[in-house]
Design a protein around this ligand. Structure first.
Ligand code: HEM
Ligand code: HEM
Length: 200
């Protein structure tokens, strides 16, 4: 099934997953930057554990999101939006899918190689997925950190674009990702509207 002939709203499940992932990514980024800059101690350890658990949760949510996206597609872009903006947004959205699946896996392998695999919010311990290898752990943490900064840069770009569309251009871009209760009407497009793009 595709999302078919609509441009006005993302499917409800896509919106739910978008905002859950957004909250987790913003929180885990702030936690990551704090945990690596404070002195060792109970707070430091708790923040590391929280960061790792949130990262695992993001991996699960992103895999669900990928399945959902491939299954239901997305509304077609507003035709009034310039082609370069559509291309840039497609690149950023695709990078989010790739990086937010790859990053937690790199973090999980790195912490396994370091000898401190994650527990999931204290509920259960995740099994190590790599043998102990401190040199590998150090390399993967460096990769994880720089890709993490790239994700933060992409989030800043993405949020600025959403706010620009909403407050400067006054178009529908942000509204179609907001809960229906916040936006009101539920326009259904005329027959013949082109089909939804998949992973555009
Ligand atoms: C999408 C999810 C994730 C994001 C966006 C993310 C982001 C980041 C960022 C930005 C840093 C660097 C902080 C800094 O040095 O200023 C970092 C460090 C770290 N992350 Fe993640 N992370 C994610 C998932 C995970 C997962 C799943 C694990 C482990 C299971 C993990 C373990 C770590 C560890 C141990 C560090 C510290 C590395 C060091 O001390 O050099 N992360 N993360
Ligand atoms: C912080 C982490 C965030 C991530 C990782 C993220 C990721 C994504 C992705 C991957 C999409 C493509 C839709 C899909 O196929 O699922 C998307 C769409 C969208 N996001 Fe975010 N997002 C984040 C935060 C935000 C925030 C804070 C806002 C608003 C201020 C926002 C506004 C939007 C809008 C308006 C769209 C729809 C764009 C369109 O229809 O072309 N996002 N986001």
């Amino acid at each position: 099934m595709t999302y078919g002939t609509r441009t006005d709203h993302y499917p409800a499940i896509s919106k739910l997953l978008h905002w859950l992932v957004a909250v987790c990514v913003l929180t885990t980024a702030v936690v990551a930057i704090t945990m690596t800059r404070i002195a060792e101690g109970a707070t430091h350890d708790a923040l590391y554990a929280f960061h790792k658990s949130l990262g695992v949760l993001i991996l699960v949510l992103m895999l669900l999101r990928l399945i959902n996206r491939l299954a239901v597609g997305a509304p077609i872009p507003d035709p009034a939006i310039e082609p370069w903006q559509r291309t840039l947004s497609a690149i950023v959205h695709t990078l989010f899918y790739v990086l937010l699946i790859a990053m937690p896996i790199v973090g999980y392998v790195a912490t396994s190689a370091y000898g401190a695999p994650p527990s999931f919010f204290g509920l259960f311990d995740m099994p190590p997925i790599a043998g102990k290898d401190e040199a590998l752990a150090t390399q993967l943490f460096t990769l994880h950190r720089w890709v993490g900064y790239l994700v933060i840069l992409l989030v800043l770009t993405h949020v600025s674009a959403a706010l620009y569309h909403h407050f400067v251009r006054g178009d529908n871009v942000l509204r179609r990702m907001l809960p229906r209760a916040m936006t009101g009407s539920d326009e259904v497009l005329a027959p013949g509207t082109p089909p939804a793009h998949r992973l555009r």
